[in-house]
Every structure is written in C-alpha cells, then in structure tokens.
Design a protein around this ligand. Structure first.
Ligand SMILES: Cc1cc2nc3c(=O)[nH]c(=O)nc-3n(C[C@H](O)[C@H](O)[C@H](O)COP(=O)(O)OP(=O)(O)OC[C@H]3O[C@@H](n4cnc5c(N)ncnc54)[C@H](O)[C@@H]3O)c2cc1C
Length: 385
C-alpha cells in the first residue's frame, strides 16, 4: 500500500520505519524535522523495556535515579527510582528514528503538507512542491495537527496544556530530576531534567488559566533558587501538549476509512504527567501491527486495549491530585509526606513510573496496604522527626 505520513518525529518516523519494513511504500512529510522539539526528553523505564532499540542504539542519555519532589510551601521529599528515567536530547532520538526510517525505504520529503483531500479511495496531499497521491493517510503532526483538524476537528482548548521552558547549557546536576508542584488548583507542575551536558527547565499548566507571562515568571524564580549560576541569557519556548479530559478520550475516533492519527495528534499523552514519548512510539507500533495483521482499522481497538485504561485513570485523578485536600492539607503535601515516610509508597511510585504497575493496581495497593503504609509512616516519623 502507498502510505503518506505527515510529521517526522517520534510517531511519524517510527511508523514510517515499521511500515516500510512491512513492504509498504511510505512518503514522510515534515518541514521542520531538523529543529529541536521543545521537550523534557524524559523516557520512562516502560519505554526502555518495551523498545529494546533504545538500549541498542547507544544514544547519549542521562540516567536519573532520584526525583526531588516539592510542594508549594517548600515541603520536599526524595523519591528513589530503582527503575531510572532516561533523559535524551530530542534532537538525537528524532534524527536517529528519521535516518533509520530512510534506511528502511521510507521516502522523506522536507515539506509542509498544506492540504488533504480524499477522492474515492485515494488521498491527495498537497505541498508547495506539488501533489502526492497515497492510499492511506497518517497524521503524526503533533498537538496542533492539521490532519486531525481536517478529519475530526482540532483538540478542544480544555484538552490542552501550555508548556513553557528553556535549556540551561551550563547547568548539570547528574542523577536527579526536580518536580515542583505549585499552589492548590494549579493543574500542572514545574520540572528540571538534567541531560548529558545541560538542564532543561520548564512548566506545564492546563490551558484555561495558563498565561505565558505567569509561567515564565515562575520558571525564572525557580532558576534563581536552584541554578543561581545559570546566567541571564536563555531562549524560552512555548508549546501545547494534549492532556485529554476523560470524555474526550473515550469519545474520540483516531482511525477511519484509510486514515489514522498517532502520538500527540491523537491526544496520546498521560493527562496527569504529560508523558507522551512512550505513547507516540507505542501508537506507531500498534498501527504497524494492525497493518501486519491485514486490517489497519483494528488500530482503534488496539490502542484502546493497550493503554486507554491508564490514560483514563490519569485523567480521572488529575483534578484530585492538583486540587484535592486530605486532613486539611493539600493532596500533594500529604503525598510527599507519604513518600518521605513510607518505603512501600516509594516502591509503588517507582513501579508506577516504570510501567510495572498501572494506576489501577496502584490504587488497589494503596487501599489494601494502607495499614502497613500507616504503620511505616508513624514508625519513621517517630524515629526521624
Ligand atoms: C515542553 C514539553 C516537554 C515535554 N516533556 C516530555 C518528557 O519529558 N517526556 C515525555 O514522555 N513527553 C514529554 N512531552 C510530550 C512529548 O514531547 C510529545 O508527546 C511527543 O513529542 C509527541 O510526539 P509526536 O511524534 O506525536 O509529535 P511531535 O513530536 O510534536 O512531532 C510532530 C511533527 O509534525 C510536524 N508537522 C506539523 N504539521 C505539519 C505539516 N502540516 N506538514 C508536515 N509536518 C508537520 C512538526 O514539524 C513536527 O516535527 C513534552 C512536551 C512538551 C511540549
């Protein structure tokens, strides 16, 4: 089959690679694939484990074994991560996948796809250079996907978050990520992720209520406290990330008669943490596997069976995590106390982040092991405080 893929980063290039290997003729369009994608570059252990090519590729990365978590009032706890987060430069993963796709037979066209129209069974993709006919159209063109806009409509603003950040070239704190939660009601968080020779610092907040100037001020204050030697010169970026509401997740269609959406275009990010790298890659695998089994339309069922439950649970928990109160303290504050005082909580969170357990299994464990967690917390509090 002749397949046109719009967007040549994680989802698009990986899909190009896998579909070319299956013997399909793939055209891959992107006018800006060489630019650095604004992204923390944090890849969780579940992606490293499920996609062995990460380890085999020897792409430079930093391994993170500790997350320093802080609440708005300064209360902090460290979470040990026996299953480390790997932090890559997005430029290196993106170009690795693109080159790999090209070597496998994908034809890369460094052009913006401007228009998509279907005539019976054939799609026409228009670019400045001309028109290309394909049998199947894949939208892997990110959060503001124009393929999505043409086929099912753009993501609603209530389903988007705004991320703003910068890179600090001379700042590097090996082995530790910082996550700083903000005041109650702020649906998002600030992060600093050390890469091999620099640190990426940023903040994300759900769109209604997110203002770039406010986010920038918070990042500057964070840098002044944690990276006082970082200097004054930095270029900020802003980008949207889909973090879908529960209703949008279950009602949306990402696959139809000879078309599919992948990655951010399909809204495949964790609505609580905004983790999207794993889901972009996994969605490409599931689409390619549906082609392999001779029925691309199975993709809609496959992604729902594979990871919808986790995204749904994260979406349900989001309000509670960012606005909930427990015993007159914020949910975040109480969770950090639990992280500080309970080894069981540390172990469960590490297993959640690494993909060993789902949000559902975490919840079950929290309920059934609550006496143990409470006893542990009381014992440690008595010893250490
Ligand atoms: C600031 C920030 C930090 C993040 N940090 C993390 C993190 O640490 N860990 C994590 O797991 N996730 C993170 N994410 C989410 C992650 O970056 C995304 O989920 C992931 O990049 C989605 O990949 P994708 O291939 O679907 O789309 P993208 O990476 O957005 O790629 C889309 C591509 O499509 C191209 N394109 C768009 N329109 C057209 C067109 N008309 N014609 C041709 N090409 C087009 C664009 O040029 C682009 O190259 C972060 C996101 C942001 C914004």
């Amino acid at each position: 089959m002749k397949i046109g893929i719009v967007g040549a980063r994680l989802a698009g290039s990986y899909a190009g690679l896998l579909l070319s290997r299956l013997g399909h003729e793939v055209l891959l369009f992107d006018h800006a694939a060489e630019e650095e994608k604004p992204c923390g570059g944090g890849v969780t252990f579940k992606a490293i484990r499920k996609m062995p090519w990460f380890a085999e590729s020897s792409l430079p990365h930093a391994k993170i074994g500790t997350a320093l978590l802080s609440a708005h009032d300064g209360y902090a706890g460290s979470l040990l991560l026996p299953h480390p987060i790997h932090i890559f430069s997005r430029r290196s993963i993106d170009s690795h996948l693109l080159q790999w796709a090209i070597q496998s037979g994908t034809r890369f066209l460094p052009e913006r796809a401007l228009h998509f129209a279907k005539d019976r069974k054939t799609w026409r993709i228009k670019t400045k250079a001309g028109a290309f006919e394909v049998d199947y159209l894949v939208g892997a063109d990110g959060a503001n996907s124009s393929v999505r806009a043409a086929l099912v409509g753009r993501h609603a603003s209530l389903d988007l978050s705004l991320a703003l950040g910068c890179v600090l070239p001379n700042a590097y704190h090996p082995g530790t990520v910082r996550i700083a939660f903000q005041e109650s009601g702020f649906q998002g968080y600030m992060w600093s992720f050390p890469r091999v020779d620099q640190t990426s610092v940023g903040i994300i907040r759900r769109l209604p209520g997110a203002h770039a100037s406010d986010l920038k001020r918070r990042v500057e204050e964070f840098i002044a406290v944690h990276y006082p030697d970082a200097g004054d010169e930095r270029a900020f970026y802003a980008a949207t990330v889909p973090c879908l509401r529960h209703r949008s997740l279950i009602q949306q269609r990402v696959c139809g008669e000879h078309w599919a959406l992948l990655g951010d275009a399909a809204g495949f990010t964790d609505p609580l943490t905004a983790e999207g790298i794993y889901y972009a890659l996994r969605s490409a695998e599931l689409l390619a596997d549906s082609f392999h089994r001779g029925d691309p339309s199975r993709f809609e069922t496959r992604w729902r069976m594979d990871f919808l439950a986790d995204l749904e649970r994260a979406s349900h928990w989001r309000d509670h995590v960012f606005t909930g109160m427990v015993l007159s303290r914020t949910f975040i504050r109480r969770s950090l106390q639990a992280v500080r005082y309970s080894g069981v909580i540390q172990m469960l969170l590490d297993n959640l982040i690494s993909g060993n357990i789902s949000y559902k299994v975490l919840l079950r464990n929290l309920v059934f092991r609550s006496p143990q967690i409470l006893a542990q917390a009381l014992r440690r509090k008595l010893v250490y405080d």
